[in-house]
Design a protein around this ligand. Structure first.
Ligand code: NDP
Length: 451
């Protein structure tokens, strides 16, 4: 396949100039900063006090604002010593495991300033040790009940939100005062936007990579622990775990384990390769992910659902089909990018691609390739389709009585559409005409024939 060569300096990635951001971007950042933590607390209140009814507290506000606000505040999550202590212990444990456990070393992508960082891949082992330790502590040593997370959910929610905010503030100060790679920083014209989106690309404290740690360890490891605690709570209440809770736990376990088994791949995703470390990733990793992605499990504690064997099998099959697309598409791209000169077999044939070229901030030229075969012949983001199908399967375990557990199934496609849009703007700036040639070769952005 013929390709275009492009030499283009990405203005968006330059650390020397301030990138202009428009008022809409600043207002959106401020809106998320203020609204997202409130929304997490609101979802908790809906789940815990209003039986999963999303609109009820808001509807009450519309009819009797002062009274409803008073009642809402009375049931809002409160800071507790236990919440802060458990969060601190979790955070510390994850940091120790990440720093001390052995693992293979891999190299990340070349940064805009030309750095190439090494990552120690011990996420799978850290996940295993974490869960083994928690199992022993709960079931062998009797240090706490397996329902601890469910019992302390409100206090933990407050602690995680405070921690997320403090970490984002610390990241902002570190980026100004003690940057890990000063030439890989990006400042915008707005301090609010910088705080939200981040300044440093790959901040580290010693050997601790802050991005991989907060998303890949503190956040993703918590997901399965929270789900298991909610399953334990269901068992404590009902004397059994429902099929819906089982299917949900299995599907989300597959999703979480995938990231740890293929951590090598994860260090080449947008999170690690392109996004900066600010509130979006820091608070997102420690507060949004463990509390919002586990809403279906929280819902199933309040509303146990018994799926028939046929329904359970159908939802499981849908989720696994989504996972198969997600895994296969991500593996194809990763295998292709690692193959010398892009020569490899994709879906049983020689890979086809558009050659591309770009220049990093240090003036060095780099060759790159954009895959156009396998899943990547159908769409420019086929991996997002599998992810969205899985998200739908998670929510379907909860039946159709309430919209609350469908939050993730609606939120994730919206996030991925926004992600595709900003990723393509960045790739266009990076690769120039080669990106246009790639777009012509693969016209569908996400869903073939639709968009
Ligand atoms: P990708 O892993 O698809 O990475 C996108 C990058 O890949 C681009 O920036 C570009 O980087 C490179 N690229 C783009 N097109 C091609 C091509 N044709 N051939 C080779 N390389 C290409 O995106 P994400 O990081 O967004 O997603 C990773 C996975 O994580 C997805 O499956 C997604 O669904 C999932 N995800 C899940 C989330 C959740 O909350 N559950 C959130 C976000 C993602 P370069 O500059 O190197 O060319």
């Amino acid at each position: 396949m013929t390709g275009h060569r492009c030499i283009m300096r990405s203005a968006a990635d330059s650390s020397r100039d301030r990138t202009g951001v428009n008022g809409w971007a600043v207002a959106s950042a401020a809106g998320v900063l203020l609204g997202a933590p409130l929304f997490v607390a609101y979802a908790w209140v809906c789940c815990r006090t209003f039986g999963g009814a999303l609109a009820e507290p808001l509807a009450a506000l519309a009819t009797d604002a002062p009274g409803a606000l008073h009642r809402l505040l009375a049931v809002a999550p409160r800071p507790t010593a236990a919440g802060f202590a458990i969060f601190a212990a979790w955070y510390l444990l994850q940091a120790i495991l990440m720093l001390l456990l052995p693992g293979r070393t891999t190299l990340g992508a070349v940064t805009p300033a030309g750095h190439r960082l090494a990552y120690r891949l011990n996420g799978a082992l850290a996940w295993l040790v974490t869960h083994a330790l928690l199992y022993l502590a709960a079931f062998r040593w009797g240090l706490f009940r397996p329902t601890l997370v469910y019992e302390q959910w409100g206090g933990l929610l407050v602690a995680a939100n405070v921690a997320g905010l403090v970490i984002a503030l610390a990241a902002w100060v570190k980026a100004h005062r003690w940057p890990t790679h000063a030439d890989d920083r990006r400042f915008s014209s707005s301090a609010v936007h910088d705080f939200f989106a981040g300044i440093e690309l790959n901040p580290r404290i010693g050997r601790l990579d802050l991005k991989l740690f907060h998303i890949g360890r503190v956040g993703m490891s918590a997901w399965t622990v929270v789900n298991l605690s909610f399953a334990a709570q269901q068992y404590a209440t009902l004397g059994r775990v429902t099929t819906a809770m089982l299917v949900l736990n299995v599907l989300q376990l597959v999703y979480v384990l995938d990231l740890f088994w293929r951590e090598d791949w994860y260090v080449r995703t947008i999170d690690i390769q392109h996004d900066r470390f600010g509130f979006y990733l820091a608070w997102g990793g420690v507060a949004w992910l463990p509390f919002m992605y586990t809403l279906p499990a929280a819902f199933l504690v309040a509303h146990p659902v018994d799926l028939s064997p046929a329904a359970a099998a159908a939802v499981l099959a849908l989720g696994l089909a989504g996972y198969a697309i997600f895994l296969s598409a991500n593996r194809q791209r990763d295998r292709f990018r690692r193959a010398p000169d892009g020569r490899c077999r994709i879906a049983g044939r020689d890979a086809t691609f558009v050659p591309a070229r770009y220049v990093s901030d240090d003036g060095q030229f780099h060759e790159s390739r954009l895959l156009t075969s396998g899943w990547w012949a159908l769409s420019r983001h086929p991996n997002y389709i599998g992810d969205a199908v899985m998200a739908l399967a998670f929510s379907l375990t909860c039946g159709f009585t309430h919209p609350l557990p469908y939050f993730y199934a609606v939120y994730l496609p919206a996030l991925l559409v926004h992600r595709a849009w900003r990723d393509e703007a960045r790739c266009r700036a990076k690769y120039g005409p080669a990106w246009d040639a790639y777009r012509s070769a693969v016209p569908a952005r996400i869903v073939p024939g639709v968009w």
